[in-house]
Ligand binder design. Structure first.
Ligand SMILES: *[C@@H]1O[C@H](CO)[C@@H](O)[C@H](O)[C@H]1NC(C)=O
Length: 188
């Protein structure tokens, strides 16, 4: 459940920022935003496959609580992302739901309204039809800091090939394996 607490705290804003002070939040990654992605291409169902968190040493954790989501388009600049969390034993019944309201400021750059009213920036990168990644950043002492990065996939099964593709995109976008913790969902 560790990663879920991190995500929820991250989404809750101010209190999370205090929490994260102890967690050595790094600067917001300078990703290359995917500029040509239309909202139509983001629409529909996704699975959360990997979450990247800043850490003092590299670490990989397998997570069994699935998080599946759906992107709904409101108009050409506004969308809603609804993420449902499931436990392995009750695949049909979500145990929690997170709703994000998102304004597209410019292609690949989002203003994200979290469920508890705080705001984050989202940077879409590494988009490749079956795969999308978003770096979520918040503010701490006037600096834009990295809260977490999420990789979502269309398929619920994270294949070796897809994992390799994600790793190479993360490396290309400046993520350091030695200072990141990866939380991976292999089958959701
Ligand atoms: C899109 O919807 C949002 C939220 O309802 C609204 O604030 C915004 O003005 C709308 N934009 C357009 C172009 O209609």
């Amino acid at each position: 459940m560790y990663v879920l607490s991190c995500i929820l705290l991250g989404l809750s804003g101010a209190s999370a920022i205090n929490y994260y002070e102890a967690q050595e939040l790094g600067p917001c990654p300078r990703v290359l935003p995917s500029p040509d992605v239309t909202l139509e291409q983001l629409k529909g169902k996704w699975h959360l496959s990997v979450v990247v968190l800043d850490a003092t040493k590299d670490d990989i954790e397998e997570n069994s609580v699935c998080i599946n989501g759906e992107v709904f388009l409101h108009n050409e600049t506004h969308m809603k992302h609804i993420w449902d969390m499931y436990t392995p034993h009750r695949q049909e019944l979500p145990v929690g739901t997170i709703e994000l309201s998102i304004d597209v400021l410019r292609p690949g750059v989002w203003a994200v309204q979290t469920p508890l009213g705080s705001q984050m920036s989202g940077f879409l990168f590494g988009y490749d039809l079956d795969l999308a990644m978003v770096a979520f950043c918040g503010w701490q002492d006037g600096q834009q800091v990295h809260v977490f990065t999420a990789a979502v996939t269309r398929e619920g099964v994270l294949t070796g090939a897809l994992r390799l593709k994600m790793s190479s995109i993360l490396l290309d976008n400046g993520y350091e394996p030695s200072t990141t913790k990866l939380v991976v969902w292999n089958k959701c």
